[in-house]
Ligand binder design. Structure first.
Ligand code: ZN
Length: 145
């Protein structure tokens, strides 16, 4: 990976860590979940509004944590808003593969995607939990009956 690309990825993480997108609470919402990563102290509360066509009309979060967890959550909400749950499930799988190093099998995420900036956490197992916390919260929010 080129130094320029590395710098770009770091900028994306810093930007989203400092200025998270979709921070707050959906009003109204019909799905929600909490995530907690005790290893780092990251906490996230997700709210979603999913319509009867299974489209994510709105997704927001509150919480606190390290820059990686906040940036990852911010990027997640940006990438899921307006998308179908089917797409979201595929992206969840892709993101899991990205940060656990199985990125040869990526279906959706490319190097040009902002989400790709989190690939680097794969080298730090503790950080993988920070990066995937909100994604697992998202999964439990949409899987709940
Ligand atoms: Zn963390």
């Amino acid at each position: 990976m080129s130094d320029l690309l590395k710098e770009l990825y770091q900028e994306i993480i810093l930007d989203h860590g400092n200025t998270p997108r979709n921070f707050g609470k959906c009003e109204p919402f019909n799905k929600s979940a909490d995530g907690h990563n005790p290893l780092c102290g990251d906490k996230v509360h997700l709210t979603l509004l999913v319509d009867d066509q299974n489209i994510i009309k709105d997704i927001k979060f509150t919480g606190e944590g390290c820059a990686i967890s906040i940036a990852s959550t911010s990027l997640m909400t940006q990438n899921l808003k307006g998308k179908s749950l089917e797409y979201a499930n595929n992206l969840f799988q892709d993101f899991s593969n990205l940060v656990t190093g199985s990125s040869d099998e990526l279906q959706i995420i490319t190097e040009e995607d902002s989400l790709y900036s989190l690939k680097g956490v794969g080298a730090f197992p503790m950080r993988v939990k920070c990066a995937t916390l909100s994604w697992h919260a998202f999964k439990s929010a949409i899987d709940e009956k």
